[in-house]
Design a protein around this ligand. Structure first.
Ligand code: SF4
Length: 227
């Protein structure tokens, strides 16, 4: 199958979650390269730094833990870094790995701040990582996990058709925003309360125009800043 995107077209994987949260936020962050930290994003960054601490590879019996693994998908047009990918040795279907005998099943784990909660943005980000791994390794990745730092709990996530479709739509939305090169208008709502870009965005006073073109590609559920 011909890849949909070329190497030069690949966009940051994290932008998918941001575009889904709020298209304007993706434009401000990735088109205008504007960024402001708030308590949530600083905390989130610290969690990610901790996830990336330690050796990049660590073998524990039949488990191989790989940290900071760069991944990409020419189908989604995305590239990014997985916090952690665990490879479980298997007697069945699996991939071969350099320097390790046997076959292994990949299992991505994404680190998040706070406590476990339903968050569609986190699932989409995890799914995008899994779809990158599938394309790179040529094997299905049906499940992954979100790790919530404050509660130190894992939530296993089944990566079914629904979240995969949503991930594709969100990736297309992000590519459209970047291709058009115009920061989308604000969509003032409850989600703005937790958005780290609120001071830059000025959602109550910024110029407004129809957002229909952006909204028809993906839902933009309300919630806090996805990071
Ligand atoms: S403040 Fe609101 S409209 Fe502006 S980028 Fe953030 S979520 Fe979007």
């Amino acid at each position: 199958m011909t890849p949909r995107y070329a190497e030069d077209d690949l966009l940051p994987l994290g932008g998918v979650m941001r575009a889904l949260f709020c298209p304007r936020s993706a434009g401000l962050r990735y088109l205008e390269e504007q960024w402001e930290d708030n308590v949530f994003t600083v905390e989130g960054s610290l969690r990610h730094e901790r996830a990336h601490e330690g050796p990049t590879r660590e073998a524990r019996g039949d488990l191989l833990i790989v940290r900071s693994l760069r991944v990409r998908s020419f189908d989604l047009g995305l590239t990014g870094i997985c916090d952690v990918v665990e490879f479980q040795r298997t007697d069945g279907v699996g991939v071969t790995l350099p320097r390790y005998s046997g076959r292994w099943m990949p299992y991505p784990v994404e680190y998040k701040r706070g406590r476990r909660r339903e968050n569609p943005f986190h699932r989409v980000q995890l799914c995008a990582q899994a779809m990158c791994l599938e394309e790179m390794l040529g094997i299905a990745v049906p499940v992954g996990a979100l790790y919530y730092g404050m509660s130190a709990r894992r939530e296993e996530v089944t990566l079914g058709d629904d979240v995969r479709d949503e991930t594709r739509r969100a990736a297309e939305l992000f590519h459209r925003i970047m291709r058009e090169g115009v920061t989308p208008p604000p969509e003032f709502g409850p989600k703005c309360d937790g958005c780290s870009l609120q001071d830059l965005c000025m959602p109550r006073t910024a110029r407004t125009r129809s957002a229909a073109g952006y909204l028809d590609a993906a839902m933009a559920p309300e919630g806090s800043d996805p990071r």
